[in-house]
Design a protein around this ligand. Sequence first.
Ligand SMILES: [Zn+2]
Length: 483
Amino acid sequence: MDWLTLSHLARTEIEALQNRAIKKFFHHELPYSSFFRELFEKHKLKFTDINNLEDLQKIPFTSKTDLAPTAEDPGKSRRFILQPDEKLIKKFAPKTKLLKILGQKIAGLDYKKNLEWEYKPVHLHFTTGRSALPTAVGYTSRDLVTIKKTARRLFQTMGIPSDAVVVNSFPYAPHLAFWLTYFATSSLQLTTLQSGGGKILGTPKIIDAIEKLKAKVVTSIPGYFYHILREAVAQKRNWSGLEFVVFGGERVSEGLRGKVKELLKEVGAFNTKILATYAMTEGKTAWVQCSEETGYHTYPDMEIFEVVDENGNRVPENTPGELVYTSLNWRGTVMVRYRTGDMIQGLSWKTCPHCGRTVPQISKDIQRKCDFKEFRLTKVKGELVNLNAFYPVLSGIKDVDEWQLEISKVNNDPYEVDEMVLYIASKPKVDFEALSRDINRKVLSETGITPKIVQKNLNEVLQMIGMESELKEKRIVDKRPKG
Ligand SMILES: [Zn+2]
């Protein structure tokens, strides 16, 4: 079904469509994953027990722990790949498929080639976890058709016109952000510079290209876009053609959105929409806002989202909780009731006031629970400090240009107490002492601590956070010895 039709169906029609897809997926596809065969057997569940949205709740949750490779078990994520063999096909494939295979066999056709098209992983993405080992997520040839379809929907949801010139400034890497932009722009036939980001093409050429190509759309990691925009302002560039800035890869704080808006005016871009995407590597695609105010528009034929409370019970529409993801129309690596670790304000079925689409929307403000668990809730001086709070506080202070937080031991002595140093590059002509007092006051009220503040110039801080060379900015560095 085309996106325009699908995204305007009534809720009952969308749910009926999902229920049909659930049967197809759980009865005939999911049994090809050895992880889920074991999981279902362990919980005395049959694949045919799952027939609709309600039934999903019978299935236990999965999480990063089931999926992420460990030193002892590096191939863990492979068990989430659908890998049918002759025996499994005979047992689980629908009759229509069995007949098709039989027909191809009789006609002497290469039926194995068709199965490979559907099931053999040919394209890989990796997670960028800072604490866990990277997890591989595999796409089959069939999935590459699917990802292109969702990538086109993403651009269509934002309302990007067909004459738009796009600059893709995401880092060239086996990650969703770069490739999704590539798949969207190439299959929509948009003129695009797939720059590969600062590390590949280089920041000066990207700044140049946005001006010379009169780019209407730039896709970027939020922090990197702020960086190139600041450069463009300093060089008095003309980016007046810019209509859409599409952020991915990291969350966008309201503070950063505000700063970007201000700076855009200085390069002549007055009516630029700043749109954020929500994505996870395991979900294989991304979802986008259609306007700055709305939530992320989902693809109900491709996945199912549920929201659960801390006890794992599904909560009603528009109720806060953790987002849980289930694949519906993918092959290769698939997820079922995967706890994303993302806390949302709610899932909404209300017709979007901006675009009139009726698909479920994920509320726009997302807090990453796993950040807290894995590396953001850390013990400094024996106290638990919410390091996540540094992002909105510092990006919300107008006179702070760039920053990095470093946690270390005094004198590098492992037995010494912890120390937090906040390196700050301020905007030019700013009274640094007054700024330090302002930072201290705001940081103290949000985190309960008073870091030492050290002034640095902009280039030093950019080097330290690896703005040009790293895939992920190093905003918070923990230099304490492990253990
Ligand atoms: Zn909308």
